[in-house]
Design a protein around this ligand. Structure first.
Ligand code: ATP
Length: 378
């Protein structure tokens, strides 16, 4: 059997110019009165994709999901699913199901009755229902809990019932609004992997709304980062992290250091940036134009901290250790540069004893390679 990892690694229809889009938001706008919740947004999702909408509270991600489910209609633009315009099609006629954060289980019904509910309403013959429910119980590993009521289950088990119920009707697309929001951290992490397995096994398209970046990074094939009703970037988790295209995205996902400056000059490969204090760094040039103001965004783990001046060929800036957070697996240093900027650098604690112990108020050098970050112009 192929591992989940190898299936996912090979899956990248967005890079294939011949791949047919499955879900398309085309210039979709949603207004509530004169408030614009979704603003002229276009987005393409592919069949069998695990797609995450990630953004702060109020950015419009649930509204987007609700329009796909049919609970809201766009004010302008259109939504296509498998080549069909969804306008005017009521929720129950769409090949889409939605799992809510509250799970909305029926408290007086057993687990199996909860799962069977939608099938019964659809008029499925009872022998088929029985078979489907058994299959669903096995899928979410709840066979021995079939007769229990929701209040006799743990939070994680309730989440799995909700999941089984929402995929029982075999929708083509499952929409999940903060699916793991009610679970504690450890259970959430375990459940993320279960959700990925389930999606793979059923071959469904998942669109999940979350404000938890780790969750989106773990589960999704691609992530759309949203802000104020607009999509800021759509990319794989690694691209979002390593190659954000704006300050907003760089800040929103993970920790980042920003070196602001003016492009002093550039060659074919690199640009020299002068900061406000006059300190200079050399970076891969990206779109940097001479004389323009840019930001060099670099992640903390790409910055090395040492007590000695580093070798030539890298950017090196001197300062003083301002703060240290020892987190066990790694240590985060805050180094205050001589121009006042605080740089955050993290070092993996691969050995039990550090070879270059640094402590508060020590002089220290931070260094990084020109290609360790990205040049941002917006
Ligand atoms: P959260 O993570 O808090 O759920 P979200 O990104 O999902 O946030 P939405 O629920 O899509 O945000 O809401 C986007 C904006 O639209 C919010 O400012 C919200 O107040 C507004 N909004 C949503 N539904 C309505 C409605 N029915 N009437 C008026 N305004 C609404």
């Amino acid at each position: 059997m192929k591992s989940l990892g190898s299936i996912r690694r090979a899956f990248a229809p967005w890079n294939d110019p011949n791949a047919k889009p499955y879900i398309q938001f085309e210039n979709v706008t949603k207004k509530f009165g004169d408030f614009t919740a979704v603003n002229n947004l276009s987005l393409t999702i592919f069949e069998r994709e695990f797609f995450a909408l990630l953004g702060a509270s109020g950015c419009g991600k649930s509204t987007l999901l609700r329009m796909l489910a049919g609970f809201e209609e766009p004010t302008a633009g259109r939504i296509m699913l498998d080549g069909q315009d969804l306008r005017g099609i009521p929720p129950y006629r769409r090949p889409v199901n939605m799992m809510f954060q509250s799970y909305a289980l029926f408290p007086h019904m057993s687990v199996e009755k909860n799962i069977a509910f939608g099938l019964k309403q659809e008029g499925m013959p009872s022998a088929d229902i029985q078979k489907r429910v058994a299959e669903m119980l096995r899928l979410v590993k709840l066979e021995q809990f079939a007769k229990r009521k929701p209040h006799q289950l743990s939070g994680g088990q309730r989440q799995r019932v909700a999941l089984a119920r929402s995929v029982a009707k075999r929708p083509k697309v499952l929409l999940l609004d903060e699916p793991l929001g009610a679970l504690d951290k450890k259970l959430r992490e375990e459940t993320q992997f279960e959700l990925m397995d389930l999606q793979q096994e059923l071959g469904l398209t998942f669109v999940v709304v979350t404000h938890d970046q780790e969750e989106a990074m773990t589960m999704a094939d691609r992530i759309a980062i949203m802000d104020k009703g607009e999509v800021m970037q759509v990319a794989t988790p690694a691209e979002i992290y390593e190659a954000p295209t704006s300050r907003f995205v760089a800040h929103f996902v993970g920790n980042v250091n920003m070196f602001e400056g003016k492009v002093a000059d550039r060659t074919a490969g690199t640009a020299r940036i002068t900061g406000a204090s006059g300190a200079q760094i050399v970076v891969d040039n990206g779109d940097a134009k001479p004389g323009s103001d840019i930001v060099f965004a670099i992640r903390p783990e790409k910055i090395k901290v040492s007590s000695k001046k580093p070798a030539e060929g890298v950017n090196a800036l001197e300062g003083e250790v301002y703060d240290i957070a020892y987190l066990g697996d790694m240590t985060v240093y805050h180094v205050k540069l001589d121009d006042g900027q605080i740089v955050r650098a993290s070092a993996l604690n691969a050995a039990r004893i550090s070879e270059d112990p640094l402590t508060w108020n020590d002089r220290a050098w931070v260094s990084f390679r020109p290609d360790a970050g990205v040049v941002l112009t917006r």
